[in-house]
Write a protein that binds this ligand. Structure first.
Ligand code: PBG
Length: 327
């Protein structure tokens, strides 16, 4: 049997050096985006129980976290506001002095020259019913009335100095409406990161605690059905036509096939969001000693990148960036 096997793929796995040489996928800290929560009216950061290591920031600690993110070499920050008061139309979302707008000003002043400052553009953090839009008389989410609120939110966030807005409510026409509102207000240079293929997912569970959402029911009339892939491509086409600068697939791990399909045809950069439940799942298993947390952090991020995401939102962004720098 000399000369057999003729083909030995293991040769390229024999040493760390050769594995490093042939690695196809290499993440860089500049591709990572840290989602961060800032809550109105607190004097100390509040830990989020279902997301160990993640907190609701005060304005002050958010500023410090932003500096830390910049020092770690991250590409950006995605900010979420947690207002003290919620109401039916999410008024705080369009208050120029609302918590998110204040946080945008703080963070842009602190690190705006070093990383891309982004903000969530959605109503669920601000409404007392917890839906991503305003409700019609029959209790359903009113698409077109919600678009008017999104247009106002976009301008208020841009006025506060944000570099990129992230419409995440999955209303039809949201990208076009936001783009037009920004342009009409003179904010042509504010970019739009479209939540393009956002699925109605159980993986958002811990996020609801993070933003104090009071949602009863679900978001299945506006977020996509996990059973479907084709509509992700339709949403991509529409978002690009409406002016999306980047598109995103969310969640990430359970939707790597969607990510691959979108990345194969998208004319604009494709991001993915490793959401709260993906983070919580790994943290919880690791806390039980069942898996190796650090290893899973890098394995999941590498897989998301391999599947086609050029930018990744992850709650591990700072830690992963540090790990990447140490090689
Ligand atoms: C909506 C929004 C959600 C997330 C990001 N933007 C919640 C939802 O759609 O229910 C989830 C992010 C996460 O779970 O980490 N504003």
């Amino acid at each position: 049997m000399t000369g057999f096997p003729l083909h030995r793929p293991r040769r390229l796995r024999t040493s760390p050096a050769v594995r490093r040489l042939v690695a196809e996928t290499r993440l860089h800290p500049a591709q990572l985006i840290l989602p961060a929560f800032v809550r109105e009216g607190i004097s100390e950061p509040v830990p989020i129980g279902s997301m160990p290591g993640v907190v609701q920031h005060t304005r002050d600690t958010l500023r410090k976290a932003a500096v830390e993110a910049a020092e770690a070499g991250l590409g950006g920050l995605m900010l979420y506001g947690v207002p003290a008061v919620q109401d039916a139309v999410g008024s705080e979302g369009t208050n120029p002095d609302g918590i998110l707008q204040q946080a945008i000003r703080d963070v842009v002043a602190e690190v705006g020259d070093r990383l891309v400052v982004m903000s969530d553009l959605c109503l669920d953090e601000y409404t007392d019913h917890g839906h991503c839009g305003v409700l019609a008389a029959d209790g359903s989410v009113d698409n077109d009335a919600t678009l008017e609120r999104y247009a106002e939110m976009a301008v208020v966030q841009a006025d506060a100095g944000v570099h990129m807005v992230g419409p995440s409510g999955m209303m039809d026409g949201q990208i076009g409406v936001v783009r037009r509102a920004l342009d009409e207000a003179g904010h042509q240079d504010v970019a739009v990161l479209a939540y393009t293929a956002k699925y109605a997912s159980g993986f958002y569970g811990p996020f609801r605690e993070a933003v104090g959402s009071s949602l009863r029911g679900d978001r299945k009339t506006y977020q996509q059905d996990p059973a479907n892939a084709r509509e992700a491509l339709r949403e991509l086409e529409l978002d690009v036509a409406e002016g999306a600068d980047l598109v995103m697939v969310k969640p990430a791990m359970a939707y790597l096939d969607i990510l691959r399909q979108v990345a194969d045809v998208s004319p604009v950069p494709v991001a993915a969001y490793q959401v709260s439940g993906e983070y919580a799942m790994v943290e919880a298993a690791a806390a039980n000693g069942w898996i190796d947390r650090d290893r899973l952090m890098m394995e999941t991020l590498t897989s998301i990148h391999r599947a086609g995401a050029e930018q990744i939102l992850t709650y591990w962004a700072v830690e992963a960036a540090r790990a990447l720098r140490q090689g």
